[in-house]
Design a protein around this ligand. Structure first.
Ligand code: TRP
Length: 330
């Protein structure tokens, strides 16, 4: 039995990149009896980039309801909120003390901000708070606290898992072998999702499609998909952004037929209509569940509270071993 753990940082509304790239594959894994799954809302990770308490509350609620609406079964998965696990933050502090500062200097997310500051000729520490700088240590605590074997993540998170492994080894070598060394679990079939403009779908590019927007919002996003200037009747390239997004929602047969229509010169306007139909019928049943959870949020809170109780049973055990290893407890 392998322990699998992953988290999503609620820094915006859940979008279809989160769904196809993280939520759906994680839920699929949870029906495998060889895996013991821990999925959580990394709300304290979002704190480094959120501006208001309203955003914090709203995005956390959105992602919690999204996981459930997408089919997460709380009887199969330990589902919780990071901020409900105080042991995580105690471990975070302890890990700070075995982590060389140089390791954090090399973390991609921090380095990217520093590079941007250099380019713009402003102070290199501009827009860097300690939450951003220490982010990989808290993420290591999230993972190591539960004896995690595998962490399903996208390629962009690979370095963070390597850092977690490094930090675990520093601790194990300095004190005692307490931590399991985690590995990233990168699913080959989970591709990077393209956004409306053809770049990687990412909130920071503003090119996402909201997972649970209204039909109107879905329609609007689809209308924004960037196409070329080929006219109706002219064959369309099959590797275009619109077709890539269409394929996410369509059955094999629908994909084949749509390819044919594009090759035969389907106009972009009609293509967008067809995409809307296929995406909307895929999303509508989940949207209904999402609306239910949003309006019965006390049920979601109960699920998260139960999840935190289950998670803390393990967290307390591991943290106690850590406390013993460093001499806080006898
Ligand atoms: N850093 C991850 C992201 O940006 C979120 C995250 C926080 C996470 N803690 C984690 C992912 C632990 C996996 C395991 O998406």
């Amino acid at each position: 039995m392998k322990r699998i753990l992953t988290g999503i940082k609620p820094t915006g509304y859940a979008h279809i990149g989160n769904y196809f790239g993280a939520i759906k594959p994680a839920i699929d894994l949870s029906s495998n009896a060889d895996f013991d799954c821990f999925y959580f809302i990394a709300d304290y990770h979002a704190l480094t980039s959120l501006k208001t308490k309203e955003e914090f509350a709203e995005y956390s609620k959105n992602i919690a309801c999204a996981w459930l609406a997408c089919g997460l079964d709380p009887n199969k998965v330990v589902f919780y909120r990071q901020s409900d696990i105080p042991e995580d933050f105690e471990l975070n502090w302890i890990l700070c003390n075995v982590t060389p500062k140089g390791l954090m200097n090399r973390a991609h997310a921090y380095k990217a901000v520093v590079e941007k500051n250099k380019e713009e000729g402003v102070d290199i520490d501009s827009n860097v708070n300690m939450g951003l700088y220490n982010y990989p240590i808290l993420m290591s605590a999230d993972i190591l606290l539960f004896n995690t074997n595998l962490v399903p993540v996208g390629l962009d998170q690979k370095q963070h898992i390597e850092i977690a492994r490094d930090i675990a080894s520093y601790f194990n070598n300095k004190y005692k072998k307490v931590f399991v060394l985690p590995e990233e679990y990168i699913q080959k079939e989970v591709q990077t999702l393209v956004g409306l403009d053809g770049r990687k779908m990412s909130k920071s590019y503003g090119n996402t499609i909201k997972l649970f927007g209204t039909e109107k919002e879905l329609q609007k996003s689809i209308n924004r998909i960037v196409t070329d200037s080929l006219l109706p009747g002219e064959p369309k390239p099959l590797d275009c952004t619109l077709n890539k997004i269409y394929k996410l929602f369509a059955s094999k047969q629908q994909q084949v037929e749509f390819d044919k229509k594009l090759a035969n010169g389907l106009g972009w306007g009609d293509a967008k209509k067809e995409l809307f139909e296929v995406a909307n019928s895929y999303l509508a049943p989940m949207r209904e569940k999402f609306d239910y959870y949003m309006t019965h949020y006390e049920e979601v809170e109960k699920i998260l509270a139960d999840g935190a109780v289950k998670a803390r049973i393990i967290a307390k055990k591991v943290l106690q071993e850590v406390r013993k290893a460093i001499g806080v407890e006898i």
